[in-house]
Ligand binder design. Structure first.
Ligand code: SF4
Length: 208
């Protein structure tokens, strides 16, 4: 596998990281709230810090976690810098200093965001919308997959396999090869011409 296409529901830093580690290009759009840049605070990659509009540094201060276990990085400005800054009322209104919290996988997010906005990323999005998403929509709406009534991943895997088999079987039964269709149309036309010809002959015989 060299490329992996999935929707934004699979967008998270550890997925991007794992794909990069395995040399797989992930075409997973980043979730809507992610912003690649913080307005007015350019990132200084070399020193792993942000710079504020007054040119003061916000260095990396340590890791943190969200409630659901996602890894974060904290960057804080110096309280002495902020205390005497004229921007403090708008920049850091209720805290001693300005704090920035970013995902620890920001590099991976940035790359995923750039991929998603590239020409190929837009093609991949169209591919996903025209192939994967309608199938999931049908499975949820018509095949009872709004909920999986089994316990465990292996049970869920079997349910998905059976649903995929049923979906493909139905698609196969509805499939009409283009060549066969044109052959059938040609035979039908020929049959209608024969019918019209014999009707004309019968009419002429009748008139005679
Ligand atoms: S309040 Fe602090 S972080 Fe914000 S502009 Fe002033 S010095 Fe920079």
């Amino acid at each position: 596998m060299q490329d992996l296409l999935a929707d934004a529901g699979y967008s998270n830093g550890s997925n991007y990281y794992m794909l990069e580690q395995q040399g797989i290009t992930g075409w997973i759009p980043v979730f809507g709230k992610y912003k690649p840049k913080i307005e007015g605070f350019p990132y200084d990659r070399e020193n792993d810090r942000y710079l504020c509009p007054m040119g003061k540094p916000l260095p990396f201060m340590g890791f943190d976690h969200t409630m659901d276990g996602r890894l974060l990085k904290n960057y804080w400005a110096g309280p002495s810098d902020c205390r005497q800054c004229p921007n403090k009322p708008t920049c850091a209104p209720r805290t001693r200093c300005r704090k920035i919290t970013r995902t620890a996988y920001d590099g991976q997010y940035q790359r995923a965001h750039a991929r998603q906005n590239s020409r190929r990323g837009k093609q991949m999005k169209k591919l996903c919308q025209s192939t994967v998403e309608p199938v999931f929509g049908s499975l949820v709406q018509h095949y009872g997959l709004r909920k999986i009534n089994v316990l465990g991943k292996s049970g869920a895997h079997k349910v998905m396999l059976m649903a995929a088999a049923a979906f493909n079987l139905r698609k196969y039964m509805k499939f009409k090869p283009t060549k066969a269709v044109s052959m059938a149309t040609a035979l039908e036309k020929e049959r209608q011409q024969d019918f019209r010809g014999s009707f004309l002959i019968s009419s002429l015989l009748f008139l005679n």
